[in-house]
Design a protein around this ligand. Structure first.
Ligand code: ASP
Length: 344
């Protein structure tokens, strides 16, 4: 059937939006996707040509894994030429990780990939899922002068659109569940959808490249006052670690104890890459601002600027997967690849 309406592919991966209560246990679990479209007859009234595809086994997003990101990316890659945009229905728990991951996987993206989900299943009368789904489709289909308005991986939730690799889930109870603390909101949906065009990436004229290699040999080390010397030394010396993400205090500060710096330095000498991310949700890592981060800079820890933990972690897995020399990985970590960090 030929149509001038933009064609959108809806991909259901799982998550609350399409869950039902198990009558026996009362727990929420994913159900057959066909029920989802039945629940939202309004979808047929949208001015788009909508097709949908579901994972054969929809998941709760806490079971997300890089091999599922590849599965998802391949669905988009296979259908890339055929559709004007993509909407990914995904559980909210790890949506920020998946949106970050896909942003790194799709180099030279020229079409919208909009993630959305909900806090309440779509079949529940007070659901937030309907509005999220309908507006995400409208955003994926939006065009201006023949070009997509949002040619990037983004997250739409509760009236706001965010850059995917800048988001984090910060609230498990409110409909307003996401934030993009270090980057402007890309659009706000009120009576009209107001796009912040200055903040939205431009579409790329270059050929799309889909990267599919991941390496998860990474340790995440969350610092706290009184962190155990014995346990930390043991963790940092774990065989097989290729990278360590340290979550530090404030603007990238850490304890200055000799044993700690020595343990980091020994890891770096073994070829391990160390990336410094702040525990603060807003602000950035500035190594060398305080004495408590000068040594990190000196021994070769990479400063993660204003990246979210989700973006930093997926960027590390993505870069390690490319099997590049350590120096190149370090250089790329500190560069802005997909709008995930602000160069100061
Ligand atoms: N546990 C669910 C998931 O992430 C929560 C949600 O969908 O919002 O799959």
């Amino acid at each position: 059937m030929s149509t001038l309406k933009p064609s959108i592919l809806l991909i259901y991966t799982g998550g609350t939006i399409g869950m039902m209560q198990d009558p026996k246990t009362g727990a929420l679990k994913p159900f057959n996707f066909k029920h989802l479209t039945k629940q939202v007859p309004e979808l047929h009234r949208l001015d788009v040509q909508l097709d949908s595809v579901s994972f054969s086994k929809p998941i709760d997003s806490s079971n997300m894994h890089p091999r599922i990101w590849i599965e998802l990316a391949e669905i988009i890659e296979k259908n890339y030429a055929k559709y004007a945009g993509f909407v990914v229905l995904h559980g909210s728990d790890t949506m920020a990780y998946s949106a970050s991951a896909l942003s790194f996987m799709f180099e030279n993206l020229a079409k919208p990939i909009i993630f959305t989900g909900s806090q309440l299943p779509i079949g529940i009368i007070r659901t937030d899922g309907k509005e999220n789904l309908i507006t995400a489709i409208e955003i994926a289909a939006a065009r201006y002068q023949g070009k997509p308005v949002v040619p990037e991986v983004a997250v739409y939730f509760e009236y706001e659109l965010y850059r995917g690799n800048r988001t984090l889930k910060y609230n498990s109870a409110h409909f307003d569940a996401f934030k993009s603390p270090n980057y402007a909101v890309l659009a706000e949906a009120g009576v009209k959808i107001e796009y912040n065009t200055a903040a939205i990436q431009k579409d790329s004229a270059k050929k799309l490249i889909v990267h599919k290699q991941w390496d998860n040999d990474i340790l995440v080390l969350f610092l706290f006052p009184g962190i155990s010397k014995k346990i930390t030394q043991h963790m940092l010396a774990t065989p097989g670690i290729k990278a360590i993400l340290i979550q530090t205090f404030g603007s990238g500060n850490a304890l200055t104890d000799k044993w700690f710096i020595d343990a980091l330095q020994q890891a770096i000498q073994r070829g391990v890459i160390i990336l410094n991310i702040t525990q603060c949700l807003e602000g950035r890592v500035i190594q060398g601002k305080y004495e408590t981060s000068s040594m990190l800079e000196k021994i070769g820890v990479c400063g993660g600027a204003d990246m979210t933990m989700e973006a930093a972690l997926t960027k590390l897995m993505f870069l390690l997967g490319k099997k590049l020399p350590a120096e190149k990985v370090k250089q790329l970590l500190m560069q802005n690849l997909r709008g995930e960090l602000t160069i100061s």
